[in-house]
Design a binder for this molecule. Sequence first.
Ligand code: GAL
Length: 411
Amino acid sequence: MLGLPFVVAAISSFVSLPNVEGLKLPNGAAKLPAMGYNTWNYYQCNINETLVLTTAQQMKSLGLQDAGYKYVNLDDCYSQRDRNSAGDIVEDPVKFKSGMKNLTDQIHAMGFKAGIYSDSGTNTCAGYPGSYGNEQRDADLFFGKWGFDYLKYDNCFVPSDTVTRTGIIGRYTRMRDAIISATSKFNKDIVFSLCKWGNNQVWLWGADIGHSWRTTGDIESHWWSVTDILNRNSFITQATNHYGHNDPDMLQVGNGDLTYDENKSHFTAWALLKAPLLIGTDLYKIKPEVVSILSNKELIAINQDDVVGTSIAPFKWGYNPDWTFDKDHPAQYWSGPTKDGVVFMLLNVRDTPDNLSFTLTDSPWIKNGRKYSVRDLWTHTDNGTVSGTFTAKNVPRHGVVALLLKEVGDA
Ligand code: GAL
C-alpha cells in the first residue's frame, strides 16, 4: 500500500496545487482580510492631503476605526506625471503639499496604517508613473522614505515584455520580492493587494504572490454590478483562506443608487466571502444607516475570524438550477464554517419580496439529526432553535438574511 504522503507527493508533482494558506511575508502580515478606507470609489482622482486626513478623522468620529477599519489608502492620481531626474516618483506638490512622509506620519498618529497605489505596467490607469522596471526603487520609496504599509498594484499599461520576459505573473512576482526585501529592510508589516481584475485565473496563483487579488472588473455603485461580481465569485470561493483572499473589489456601500437593503446585501456578501473591506464613500455625507451597516460587529467578527479563514460558498442556487452562471441572479443560499458555528447568507435576488426556504442539511456544514440555535446577524437577536428546514419570510427585494447556527443537541 502506498502511504498518503506518497500519494500527495505524486499528485503534486503533476498538478499544481494552490498554496492552501497563501503568502506569509516574513513578519506575518495580512492573515485576515484588510479593513479600511480607499479614496477611489467615491473621489477617483479628486484627492488631496486634507481630504485624506479629514476622512481618517471621520473614520474615528464615526466609530469605524473602533469597528476594525485600520487602513487609510490612497488610490490613483497622487503623483506628478513624470518621475524626477533621479528616477523617483514624486508626489503632486499641490495635492500633497506637505509630502507623503508627513501624511503617513499623521495617519499613523491617528492609529491607522497607510496604503499607497501603483501599477505593474509603465503607467497607472490614470496615466501616472507605474512601477514596471522600478519595483525595488518604488518599494523602497513607498515603504521606506514615505512610510506606507500597504500597496495596491494595478494592471494598466503593461508592456509587451519581449525584453524582460517576466510575463503576467512575473510582473507581480518582482514587486512581491521587492516587498519581501522592504519588509525586512524597514522592519514592518506590508500588505500586497493585486489588482488583476480576475485575468489569467489570478485566483490560482494570487496566494503565492499577494495577500489579496481582484477577481473581477471594477465595481460600480449599482445592484447589477454587485450581483454580477457576486455571481462570478460564487464559482471560486475555494481560493480564499487566511493570508490570501479573493478581492471582489472595494465597497460601494453608501454610493450610487444602492438601496438600504442592497447595501446590506452587498456588505454581508463581501464580509462573509472574507473579502477585504475597504470603505469608499463620502464620510461627511454618509447616512447613519450606512454607518451602522459598515459597523455590523457580528459580520465583521466572521470576516476577521482568526481560526477559520475560508469563505462561504453556495449550496443551492434557488432562482436558477444549481451552478447556473447568471449575472443578475447569483446563487441565493450560501453557508460556511466559522469558529462559532455555521454561517448562512440568504439573498433575495428577485425584484419583489420573497420567502427563502431551505433544508438545513443541504448545507454541507450541517449535521443530520441535530438541532441548532439561530442567531440573526442583522437583527442581533437569538431566534430559538431549528432542525429540518428553515424559512425566512418576506425577505425584501434584493434583501439579505444572515444567520449563525450553533449545534445544541439532538433534533
Ligand atoms: C482600475 C482599478 C480601480 C482603480 C483605478 C484607478 O484599474 O481596478 O480600482 O484603482 O484603476 O485608475
